[in-house]
Design a binder for this molecule. Structure first.
Ligand code: DGL
Length: 269
């Protein structure tokens, strides 16, 4: 089957986190049409069993790939990727299915034996996909893996700064930041939304690594390889969610706009 250039690129996450990836995609390929799906009724994925995450991911992907006939699927969620990427690739062999993993490689190679802190969900850190990645860099860096239960829930509830978030971060990070790390891997797409608070909780200058930009570049590469790049734009962005909160889509659109504007400001600097 051939796909229309105008078919959307689907972006899937458990909630708001994938917006950090959508921002990178739109920045790189503003001509494309996108459909963003946040499974907010089921978030957080990262504290469920692997089987539950897999079932949810396959179900939401079916909607995006079969009902919406998307030309590619970006799994903008480290947790869903670690639980279901192989099954998704088997189910949709003729379409690009792009997953995410914590950006450990650039972090581990960033200096001589750096101390690296990997923040991610419990599911991502215990799955074999990440364990294999970890094995490849173990000798090259001191790597501390820190599961962050509670963080995604807080972000989904709209808390992106303030004392409640600072208290949770300080609880989670204590014991992992003395001596301070050289680099921090944000191994969950929600975490870049609270990057400022994470930096403040660490309290010393640190390099932050995240997977969004690389995922966007890989998506562009795959679309080009398949001759599926839409070159005339701008494209449209549609937001969908499983949340019953009537405000969810407005909140997602607002966060996305803000992130896009921040990014444009950064490029102008
Ligand atoms: N944003 C997702 C990730 O990158 C996970 C969030 C969740 O726990 O639902 O892992």
């Amino acid at each position: 089957m051939t796909y229309d250039l105008n078919a959307p690129v689907a972006v899937l996450d458990s909630g708001l986190g994938g917006l950090t990836v959508l921002t990178e995609l739109v920045r790189l390929m503003p001509e494309e049409n996108y459909i963003y799906y946040g499974d907010a009724a089921q978030a957080p994925y990262g504290e469920k069993t692997t089987e539950q995450v897999r079932a949810l991911t396959l179900d939401r992907a079916k909607l995006l790939m079969e009902d919406c006939q998307s030309k590619a699927l970006v799994v903008a969620c480290n947790t869903a990727t670690s639980a279901a990427i192989q099954q998704l690739r088997r189910l949709y062999p003729d379409r690009s299915v792009i997953g995410m993993e914590p950006a450990l490689k650039p972090a581990a190679l960033s200096g001589y034996h750096p101390k690296i802190l990997v923040l991610a969900t419990p599911v991502t850190l215990r799955e074999s996909k990440f364990r294999r990645l970890l094995d490849s860099y173990t000798g090259q860096a001191e790597i501390i893996c820190l599961p962050c239960p509670g963080l995604v829930e807080m972000i989904e509830s709209g808390v992106l700064e303030g004392p409640e978030l600072d208290a949770l971060l300080s609880d989670l990070l204590q014991g992992a930041i003395t001596p301070p790390p050289d680099g921090v891997v944000l191994g969950c797409t929600h975490y870049p939304l609270i990057e400022k608070s994470i930096r403040a909780a660490i309290g010393s200058p640190v390099e932050i690594f995240q997977g969004g930009p690389g995922t966007a570049r890989e998506t562009r590469r795959r679309l080009e390889e398949q001759g599926l790049r839409r070159m005339i734009g701008p494209g449209q962005i549609t937001f969908q969610t499983s949340s019953t909160d009537p405000e969810w889509i407005r909140r997602a659109q607002h966060l996305f706009q803000e992130a896009l504007e921040d990014e444009q400001d950064d490029t102008l600097k």
